[in-house]
Design a protein around this ligand. Structure first.
Ligand SMILES: [Zn+2]
Length: 200
């Protein structure tokens, strides 16, 4: 995929995340590696997923340098870059504030895999302790999670949101959707007064 196609793809993924109500307001941010470079594209600060367009994407280097553009990158760019640098096989990073998954993270719990699809796509989910959004501390905590478990696919940032990573941006979005579905299914089972069977 050339850079123009990649920009359009990133915008499409942002709109899908918006349609799926995966985040509130201008929370959340999404990035994608520009193949065979040390750069990536990411969403801009203050722009909602629904308003993201090719014109307001930001091109960044893994070293933190910005390449052109009028807008600033999402303030979370530090840990996006940290994961992309640490994990060459990761090409897409989707950060959302989806409610059911967030509830688990707030309670320091990971949502169980409720379906075969969740089991296949999500594997290990990790919890990252709270640190302020955009801080160096949060970057270090996020990168450390991938140090401990390189096949991490979902991290729950306590009292904040979640990050889904994948070998493609589409798979990262799939994982962000599936973990939210799984978390919601668990909560609905509990609302029905039952503890769901997790062995299947
Ligand atoms: Zn956030």
């Amino acid at each position: 995929m050339n850079k123009d196609d990649l920009q359009r793809h990133l915008v499409d993924i942002c709109h899908r995340a918006s349609d799926r109500w995966l985040t509130a307001g201008s929370g959340g941010n999404i990035s994608v590696r520009i193949p065979n470079t040390d750069r990536y594209l990411c969403t801009a600060t203050g722009i909602t997923f629904g308003d993201t367009a090719v014109e307001n994407l930001v091109e960044m280097g893994l070293d933190g340098k910005q390449y052109g553009g009028d807008l600033k990158p999402s303030k979370e760019y530090r840990w996006h870059a940290g994961i992309l640098e640490k994990c060459p096989e990761v090409h897409g990073v989707v950060h959302t504030h989806s409610t059911a998954t967030m509830a688990f993270g707030i309670l320091g719990m990971t949502p169980p895999h409720m379906t075969g699809q969740a089991r296949a796509h999500l594997k290990k989910i990790q919890i990252v302790p709270y640190a302020d959004a955009g801080s160096e501390e949060l970057r270090d905590l996020m990168v450390a999670a991938y140090d401990v478990e390189p096949d991490t696919r979902i991290t729950l940032m306590s009292n904040h949101g979640l990050a889904a990573t994948g070998p493609s941006l589409l798979e990262a979005l799939n994982r962000a959707e599936i973990v939210e579905d799984s978390a919601q299914a668990y909560l609905h089972c509990r609302l029905l007064g039952q503890e769901p069977k997790l062995e299947f």
